[in-house]
Design a protein around this ligand. Structure first.
Ligand code: GLU
Length: 425
């Protein structure tokens, strides 16, 4: 067996910090082959992971086949040149719109990267779920939701509307008003620069140590063009819903807005965003460090609200069609979370009319067409879509035995169902 090939086929790469020692030991070997005791010493630091891999029990057991299919999908998606990148500020308008990066990270740390997966991009609204997580972890849901609702607004992300339930809260943390309020809740006893440092460092807990870069030019431009966000802030202040109420100290709102602009101006790569997403998919525990990045209840709240409100005004149609927990930003990022399985990030700057990355949505659509990932796919009893959690051989065997059994019993109804679902009889 070619051990390096097995690692590669399973998406365990040199970029995985857990495998540093293993690869070092492999590199130091003077021979092409080794005996079993040497093998044991090589895998010593990651033995449970390697054991799971060899048993075919990693999150994506058929990683090689899945990768081949995703590469095909990616190539098709790359041809899609529809849409237009954000132009409201120069640092976004000047990005090369042809770029496209994809990263997939499983809850076991398997990694697939394609295209510009290592290029920094502006996180923009894709920061919102994370800020919400950080606020929840700091203050708890009860306190946070005294200031932010949990309802879809039915309005564009930057609309000047607040909840009409008498509280004047922003509808949810995934739209601008809610994200400004989230910023107003984070580390309020600290000076502004510390609050930004706190957000960046907390990101490090989700990515296994990578800290997002801060683009000062972007933040300056966000602030220069940020009057609508200021208006949202003042609406919340006058509604008395800011943490310090109606007589919010003057700098409270100013700082919240600056923090919001700054956090929107952080830069990450598709791999980092997919890794953070995988941490959320893994119930808040970062696979690289095995440490908890965010609380379990926090993850639950965050994913629920992402599901409802993550894709701007297309959140409903995205849910029905694809039903993957997702969030996008005008920098061109779309990230997806499949609980207990993986995080995926597609970044490509051209946006559709609603503000979602065209290629991001295209990829998600094709992914959900090819694989059984839609949250309610399980309800359609026998879908021809492949369940990526299962080795392909087992899945095919199940389909075959189902067909044979139905045929032997004269169960035409089941066979018809299989045909309807495009099973290859
Ligand atoms: N910085 C943007 C704004 O506040 C965020 C845009 C977005 O990605 O939704 O308008």
């Amino acid at each position: 067996v070619d051990f390096l090939k097995v690692l590669e086929d399973n998406g365990l790469t040199r970029k995985d910090r857990r495998l540093e020692i293993l690869f070092r030991k492999l590199d130091q070997l003077s021979t092409e082959s080794f005996d079993f005791p040497t093998f044991l010493s090589i895998i010593q630091t990651v033995a449970p992971l390697i054991e799971r891999m060899l048993r075919g029990a990693l999150a994506l057991p058929d990683f090689a086949n899945l990768s081949a299919e995703l590469i095909r999908i990616y190539r098709d998606v790359e041809l899609n040149e529809e849409g237009q990148q954000a132009t409201y500020i120069p640092p976004l308008a000047e990005v090369n719109p042809d770029q496209c990066g994809l990263a997939l990270v499983t809850t076991d740390g398997q990694l697939l990267e394609l295209g510009d997966s290592e290029v920094d991009f502006s996180i923009q609204s894709a920061c919102k779920p994370f800020n919400y997580c950080f606020a929840l972890d700091e203050l708890g849901a009860e306190k946070v939701h005294r200031h932010i609702g949990m309802e879809p607004s039915g309005q564009p992300f930057n609309a000047r509307v607040l909840m009409s339930d008498g509280t004047g809260r922003p509808h949810n943390p995934m739209i601008n008003a809610g994200a400004i309020m989230t910023a107003a809740l984070i580390q309020t006893d600290q000076p502004l620069h510390r609050r930004l440092e706190h957000v960046r460092n907390t990101w490090g807990k989700l990515t296994g140590g990578s800290i997002p870069r801060f683009n000062a030019w972007m933040a300056q431009e966000e602030s220069r063009t940020g009057d609508n966000n200021r208006a949202l802030g003042y609406m919340m202040k006058s509604a008395g819903v800011m943490p310090h109420g109606e007589d919010a100290v003057d700098h409270e709102l100013r700082d919240a807005l600056e923090l919001y602009f700054s956090v929107c101006s952080l830069e990450v790569t598709a791999r980092e965003l997919a890794t953070a997403a995988a941490t959320l998919a893994n119930n808040g525990i970062c696979r690289v460090t095995q440490e908890r990045g965010v609380d379990e209840r926090t993850v639950r709240n965050c994913l629920t609200l992402m599901q409802m409100c993550g894709m701007y005004d297309a959140s409903g149609q995205f849910s029905v069609r694809i039903c993957l927990t997702a969030k996008s930003g005008v920098g061109g990022a779309v990230f997806l979370i499949v609980p207990r399985l993986m995080g995926v990030c597609v970044w490509s700057p051209r946006l559709d009319r609603i503000g979602n990355s065209v290629r991001g949505v295209d990829f998600a659509t094709r992914l959900a067409d090819a694989y059984r990932l839609h949250l309610y796919d399980g309800l359609a009893s026998r879908s021809a879509r492949i369940d990526p959690r299962m080795p392909a051989a087992r899945w095919r065997a199940e389909q075959t035995s189902l067909a044979l059994r139905a045929a032997s019993l004269g169960d035409v109804r089941t066979l018809r169902c299989m045909l309807d679902e495009q099973a290859n009889l």
